[in-house]
Every structure is written in C-alpha cells, then in structure tokens.
Design a protein around this ligand. Structure first.
Ligand SMILES: [Zn+2]
Length: 223
C-alpha cells in the first residue's frame, strides 16, 4: 500500500499572472518579477511585466494630479443659474448639504461618501503607496494602506454623480440662464483621473514586491 505523500510546506516560489491580451494563465517564478526584469506571454508575446519602478511613476503622477484637483472639483461652482435676475451657484459640496437640509440624509451621506470622500482617499492612498514602493519604504503602514485601498476601491461612484449633474442640467435649461462653470470641468478631469488610476495602479505588483523583498506581514510582525 502506498503511503500518502506529505503535503508540501515550502514557500510558494511562483505566482500566476493573467495575460491582459489573451487571458493565458502564466506561472511566473518570483525571480522573474525582480526589478529590471520583463517577461512576455508564451502564447501571444504580450507584455506581462514591465520594469517595476517605471510602472509606479504613472500612478504617482496621476494620483498627485487627482489630489490637486480634489478641492477645485468639489468646492468650485459647477453651474450658475440665473432666473428673473436672481442668480445662484452650485458646488458639489453644496449639493450634498442641500440634500441633507431637504431631509434626504441617507442620500446626502451616500453622495458624500461615494463621490467625495472615497475618490479623495483613493488618490491619497495611491500616492502614499506608490511613493513608499518607489523608494522601497516597506513596512506595516504600507501593508495597511494597500488593504484599505482594496477595501474602499469598489465604493467610488463619481460617474453616477456626473450623470446626475448632466440630467439636472438638461432639466434646468428651460428654467433660466444656465452656465456650466469651471468646477464641472475640474470634476470631469477628476473623474477621468479616477478611471486612469483604477486601471493603471496594480496593488498585486506591490504585494509581490513586498514578498520578493522578504518583508511580508509575518516577518514584519516578528520584529
Ligand atoms: Zn497572452
């Protein structure tokens, strides 16, 4: 009778990466992921990994641009409406306040959370994570920031708010003179940067780098 083989307790030496071009699942040794290496897909020759630190630079610049646009997008007037000589300006934050004043507390909270706080926090986290990873400042704060980013990432809903603004613009055009203000353009750029950062930033690559550098969570806890 054959003895059952003992289960391997060795550390995993390879990681699986999905090719963005042809969806092939490629097993990649950790050494191949080290800084300076690049690797192509064996099926379609698509680019699987790029130079590690160069990959962080776009995330760094996009998140910094997002942080610069956070205040103009939320606090500058989005629209100006003039009816019979009375004019008023609306900002993103004013819209949230108006919802709360009108008694729509849950709606105000959701808009504030999904369209103001989460996108702002997302840019801040991507900036901190990319900066730390670029300068190889590994440690528990980086791991906490990565975990928090992955938790909040799904809650950003800027696009829904933009659709609401455009719908209200269409509805209000008959009421008086309606002018689109600089805040709306800042908000649209802010939204585009949010899409860009979501597609370009790869937490998985940073997790792998933390592993390669030999400073995983378990080792950090031992210190
Ligand atoms: Zn491929």
């Amino acid at each position: 009778m054959m003895k059952p083989e003992p289960q391997s307790t060795s550390i995993v030496q390879a990681d699986l990466i999905v090719c963005q071009e042809c969806d092939a699942l490629v097993s990649m040794p950790y050494e191949a992921l080290n800084e300076g290496n690049s690797m192509s897909c064996p099926r379609c020759a698509g680019h699987l990994i790029k130079h590690y630190r160069n990959r962080l630079l776009p995330s760094l610049f996009i998140s910094l641009s997002g942080l610069f646009l956070f205040f103009p997008a939320n606090f500058l007037p989005v629209m100006s409406l003039s009816v019979l000589g009375n004019s008023g300006q609306n900002t993103m934050v004013k819209g949230v306040y108006q919802l709360a004043v009108d008694g729509y507390w849950w709606m105000a909270f959701l808009v504030l959370f999904c369209s103001v706080l989460v996108p702002g926090l997302k840019f801040l986290l991507v900036f901190i994570i990319s900066l730390k990873a670029y300068f190889k400042i590994w440690g528990r704060p980086l791991i906490h920031a990565l975990k928090l980013y992955q938790k909040i990432e799904v809650w950003g809903m800027l696009d829904v708010y933009l659709i609401a603004i455009l719908l209200s613009y269409i509805k209000m055009t008959d009421m008086g003179d309606l002018i689109l203000d600089v805040g709306l353009f800042c908000f649209i750029v802010f939204l585009l940067l949010d899409v860009l950062v979501t597609t370009r930033f790869e937490p998985g690559a940073i997790w792998r780098q933390i592993d390669i550098e030999g400073k995983g969570w378990s080792q950090l806890n031992r210190k």
